[in-house]
Design a protein around this ligand. Sequence first.
Ligand code: EPZ
Length: 419
Amino acid sequence: MDKILIHGGHPLSGSIKVSGSKNSALPILAATLLSREPCVVHGVPDLSDTHYMLQILAHLGAQVERASGTVSVTADKVESVAPYDVVRKMRASVCVLGPLLGRCKEATVSLPGGCVIGDRPIDLHLTGFEALGAAVRVEGGDVKVFAPKLTGAVINLRGKFGPTVLGTDNVMMAAVLADGVTVIEGAAQEPEVVDLANFLNKMGAKIEGAGTRRVIIEGVPTLHGAEHTVIPDRIEAGTFLVAGAICGKAVTVKRVEPEHVRSVTDALTRCGFPIDIADHSISISPNGEAKALELITEPYPGFPTDMQAQMCALLSTSDGISVVTENIFPQRYMHVAELKRMGAQMQLEGATAVIQGVDRLLGAQVMASDLRASAALVLAGLKADGITEVSRVYHIDRGYEHLDEKLSELGAQIERVKG
Ligand code: EPZ
């Protein structure tokens, strides 16, 4: 297993281009199953998660071709059973359920296991499918859905932790070929949901209201092929902005939609960092010490849970006491124990982390656990005195396209050690 070594204390400067969004590319690639005709998707990031999704599509019978960031998919013949040995590697593979149900009127996918950020239920997805007329069975670790026909319905997809992103995606993708109109109440508003809806509409779907809590889908008989470029990855953009805050002289992220990272730039502004926003780029400058912050994660447009760990790394060396509350995945604190090994002073109280800023962090051997916690450890290593060794970096490779190379371009002393 590869490791990443970071020699801390080297200031970052310069600019990086943000890659295409992982969380947009995955459901859009799944949506290509809804048409027999060729689809072309540009800006697909080079990640293990996107590779897994392409493997699943190929296993399901689609012809898949990839040329750097452009993927062509033709699903003129499709099986309805997703292969366990690939599905088990990536929880997001659950988003093939919706398109398979819409296209084949049946689907079998192995249930996504839990992961380190907590239990990952799909009850809301299944409730949505049942509302459209599907029968749902869970047996032998698989979820099977079957519908003689799909009929539009009014569906509330709001759960106790708020809207579900992939649940909204899945129900949208099942409803586009249903008879009649489906209304999703309590829909997720994330930009990635809007990007998927835009792709589906290019395929001939009739979806209105994506990006609001109420999405209306008028079913159509078939969908044709389409070409699309996925939106920039707002979480990668936010991660690099935090890198610029932690140890930057002047860092600019390019090819970003500023509106998609508004809650992150607002938080960094509250921390005291000067932020300069242009049409498709954002620059951050140092301000001495970051100010302490009270941070609460919420569904979009609130502060994203996927940026919580990165902000904990920044706040660990800020002045004063910060309080971070995680409302989406209350257990999403795998990074805290590792940051404490680097000298951070943090206490967990349920879903809240109380962070006492310290003058400095010390390099240490730390272990990556989930995608964003791993990024947080790299960010802390940029700031720490000495060398930080992050193991199990395959977690990082799931969701960040060449993170170490991009940080090197900004002046970080960082190297990947093949293991
Ligand atoms: C998506 O996961 C993202 N993944 C996650 O990003 C992101 O953290 C999450 O949305 C929240 O924004 C992809 O898009 C591939 P949810 P998703 O359904 O859709 C509960 C990353 O780091 N829930 O919006 O699986 C759930 O337990 C990843 O890139 C139910 O209770 O998350 C959670 O508490 C990590 N029942 C909350 O809702 C359900 O049926 C939000 O989950 C579904 C979800």
